[in-house]
Ligand binder design. Structure first.
Ligand code: ZN
Ligand code: ZN
Length: 284
């Protein structure tokens, strides 16, 4: 039994209704087996959303970072320190691209005062991080019947940025991370039951820039940059269709305010599977 909860559907821009990017993979080998929980990215408010989802998050099995833009990791220090205080007894397993070790060491050091001046009974182990850096596409880990695979996806100069696929005996789920279109993502997601994918709604972005009074030539410069970093509504349907995924769940909305009917119509013009415009805590 494999499932995903889209914990946060926001972007770098602070939103009153959308937490930062994060998704939880839950896996149970059999109904009477213990549940495993894996977190992909840790954006702002991730601890609140995990708590709302009723997940025993201080005991997460592993955390995977797709890349180290701050919207994807700014919630990590909260999980690390709050989880330790709330009873985690063993180091956190952390996977991510190069820089993950630097990021985790800096986060650990940033809270050294707290660790030295807090009368907690927990073991030091719960505040430590066991980091594995992923340098390219391929297997990440395989445990208790769950196989995790990374693909390198294009995201401007964030190289490498990763998408992750989770394969259980019954289902397969793919998390895109942030990315512009690529054959690598289509291959990773081929035949998956669920693809959780970022989206830049170009029509809404254009309307916002026009409302700001940005001249058209400057708008085109913005879009030229965006094309290297993100996937828009004219591209995503064809990607999901080519991969043949059963369900496409949108997340990481750029901009935060958009026309959902127009967005759904644009994607559905090329994608015939189930389309879900996720909100925070949508389950798939
Ligand atoms: Zn992002
Ligand atoms: Zn990013």
């Amino acid at each position: 039994m494999l499932g995903v909860t889209v914990l946060g559907t926001g972007s770098p821009m602070v939103s009153a209704t959308r937490a930062g990017p994060a998704a939880l993979i839950t896996y149970q080998r059999r109904p009477d087996s213990p549940a495993h929980h894996y977190l992909v990215d840790a954006g702002r408010w991730v601890s609140l959303r995990l708590e709302q989802a009723g997940i025993p998050w201080p005991h997460l099995d592993a955390v995977l970072f797709t890349h180290h833009h701050m919207d994807h990791n700014v919630g990590w220090s909260d999980l690390l320190m709050s989880g330790w205080q709330m009873g985690r007894a063993k180091p956190w397993r952390v996977f991510g691209p190069p820089f993950t070790s630097t990021f985790c060491a800096a986060t650990h050091d940033a809270f050294s005062y707290d660790r030295q001046h807090r009368p907690v009974l927990q073991s030091d182990e719960g505040g430590r991080q066991d980091v594995t850096e992923i340098t390219g596409a391929g297997p990440v880990f395989d445990e208790d019947g769950l196989r995790v695979t990374a693909a390198v996806v294009p995201h401007g100069d964030c190289v490498p940025s990763f998408a992750f696929r989770f394969d259980a005996p019954d289902r397969s789920i793919v998390i895109s991370g942030d990315c512009s279109p690529s054959e690598a993502l289509v291959e990773l997601a081929a035949g998956a039951d669920v693809l959780v994918h970022e989206i830049e709604h170009r029509a809404s972005t254009r309307a916002q820039l026009e409302a700001f009074g940005l001249p058209e030539a400057d708008q085109e410069r913005v879009f030229a940059v965006m094309a290297e970093w993100h996937t828009d509504e004219t591209q995503l349907g064809a990607i999901a269709q080519a991969a043949g995924v059963g369900k496409l769940m949108l997340t990481h909305y750029i901009p935060d305010a958009f026309d959902p009917a127009a967005l759904a119509a644009a994607i559905s013009s090329t994608y015939t599977g189930d389309l879900v415009l996720s909100d925070d805590l949508t389950v798939g």
